[in-house]
Design a protein around this ligand. Sequence first.
Ligand SMILES: Nc1ncnc2c1ncn2[C@@H]1O[C@H](COP(=O)(O)OP(=O)(O)OP(=O)(O)O)[C@@H](O)[C@H]1O
Length: 774
Amino acid sequence: MENIQVAVRIRPDPEPSIWALHDQHIFLNNQMRKPPNGQGRTTFAFDHCFSQDSKNADIYSKEVKSLVLGSTNGINGTIFLYGQTGSGKTYTMLGKENDEGVLLQSFKDLFAKIEADLNKTYVLRCSYFEIYNEQIFDLLKPSSKLQETLQVNEDQKKEFYVKGLIEQSVSSINEIFEVLKRGEINRHYAQTAMNHNSSRSHAIFRLYVQSITNNFIRQYRREQSSHKFPTLEQLEAENNQLKGAMVTESVLNFVDLAGSEKVSNHFEDAEIQDTNRRVKEGQYINKSLFFLTQVIYLKAEDKGHVPFRNSSLTKILKSSLDGSSRTLIILCINAAALHFDYSISTLRFGMNAKKIETKVLANINYQNDDEALKILLSDYEKKLHDYEKIRVEEKEGFEQQLNQLQIENQSLQNRISTQNAQNFKCIPKLFKEITWADRFKHDFHCDGAGDILVTSKKVKKPPQHDCQGKLVLNALKASEQNRKTLLSNYELVKKQYLQLNECYNQSTLRMQQQNEQIQSLNLQYNQLYSYASEMKQQLNFDVKQLGNQELEQTIQFYQSQLLKLQIEQQVRGQSTNQDSKKEYDIEQFRLVEQKEDEVDVQQYQQIDLDEIMHSNLVSVEMVKEKEEEDHQSVESEEFFKIEFPTYLHHSNNFTKQTINETASQLTVQDLSEINFKNVLQSFISEMDVLQPSVSTHHKNNSTSCNKKQTAKYKTPDKLKKQSTSQTTIRGKQNIEPTRQSFNNIPKPKVRPRQNGNANEELSMLLNNTEMSKN
Ligand SMILES: Nc1ncnc2c1ncn2[C@@H]1O[C@H](COP(=O)(O)OP(=O)(O)OP(=O)(O)O)[C@@H](O)[C@H]1O
């Protein structure tokens, strides 16, 4: 019988340690003489106590090595790592780069032993699984099948085994390292993908060790070690000599238990020995660990039935705790006072476990050589099967990875298509932004907040786009290319725009000049139209006045003829007043000159004055006839004295009647015509005044008449001013002149001078008079 070996290890901690070690004892140091909560026992004795300075190699060499190497002789071995979370269990099992864990050291030592053993050949298999929430997960399965759980069954020998657990054949240290590595990867995957909490899971690495030896094996191994391999004939000859074989079988369990902080500390108390109550509590804590603690306690106290069947963990470890296994428990505790309670609990667990005794027996079977050969053959078959399985699993894994990659590839293709579509949608927006940026490129700048300021005024945030790695990068590159193209197009359009703008400006300038010319022409046209209207009025007036003037001229002519007759009379014998004659002559000359000027003005005639002129001409002709008659006969003097005034009176009446008729035909549309009517009326009244005195006071009356006319009749300048004011009034009435109406303005007509030889006759008469005087 052999007690379970228990060792304690204190994890290094920055905080001062409350524990002290001495040989195989661990106890509270001087600062913690009295434990908190008045708990009693604070000193514990174990097989080994490892301080904070200890290394994994120390623990392995002093406790683990012998246990592991015993497996080569068929002795089962189990190593528990027990302690609260973070106390260094995994560190002790797996270690770190510069502090190799006990597991790896075990592998190394074991294979070293196997290599060195020239009497045996070994068959090694290993398993790696995890117990989490009472479920068993095979860590050597492919990650795709990691979620499959396994069950613990019982064989015919009442031994528990995990059904379907992979037992990987290993024949070298590298192979077993590979298996361990694969299991660790899956454990990490289970933590992340399956949300397994490592502090609440138990990880068990199991190594099955079979050793086989017989004469053949021994000879073969020795010759193998000396590199003297037997020939096939030698082996067949020796095989005939084989008589029986020794086979040893053992299992090594490396158990990294869950954190012990959730397990009740008081198994020694009577109240928690109630199994039902413990089970109920176990539903809320790690059930496997709880029952492991219970089994150990019951085994230690040797209280009869030990319920190994209560949990998966106790079932699996039954052979280690209740059989012929050599068991080692390494207690891991934290040094700081903060963890005192958990540390005490761990130490008490160790003290209980330490009481457990196991019968350490080697599992050795003596079989005939055929049986040994079967073991070896089955091992080879197993290896072949494992290799094939691994190959198939790897193939399945690759196929799954391929499928996954294809799905991801398809997804990426879809994303690329979507992104491309989005990029296409972005192009018009980018064009707008380019246009916008180009418009304000001389004005905008960025402020610290990333906003764009245009002439110190916030306009909008710069465009932001979703970034999705290379897709967006490519899209941005394409957009940049588009932007450059758009910019070059923009420059081209801008150039064309500037050219068009220049043309437009020139056209506008030309239009302005033409408008000015049109305005100037319009002004000239208006002026001409006004002048034409004025001239028309003036002409109307002149034409109307012409009749009067010509009548007056006729009168003057007749008066001059009368004067001439009187002069002739005087020449004939009567005395002549020279001064009055001169004055009369000068006045007559002035009147003749004025008449000539007036005739020059008569360039155009519109209204019907032919009758007036005709009557005047008739009068003139009559006067001329009378004049001729006067020259021929003295009776003509009587005619002029008596009949001519009568005739003249009639002629004037006729002329007045004609003028009245003409005046009645004039419309009263024009003010000038009204003026003309007034003038005409005044003239008619003048004529009435003039008529009775023609015969007797013709000289004075003619002079006064002329003066009155000069005073009453308006001069052309005055009329022009009046006409201009009337034109202005007409303009106010919005009577718009047109080119047609302008063209319709009557052109001046030159009329022949009708009385062009009067002055000549007068001067001739005067000359004759002078000559007669002389
Ligand atoms: N002896 C030691 N020397 C140096 N570092 C250690 C030692 N023991 C533990 N550590 C460190 O302490 C931390 C916790 O250790 P570890 O993970 O082994 O604890 P654990 O008991 O396995 O925890 P859990 O139960 O949660 O798995 C790790 O970072 C580990 O590297």
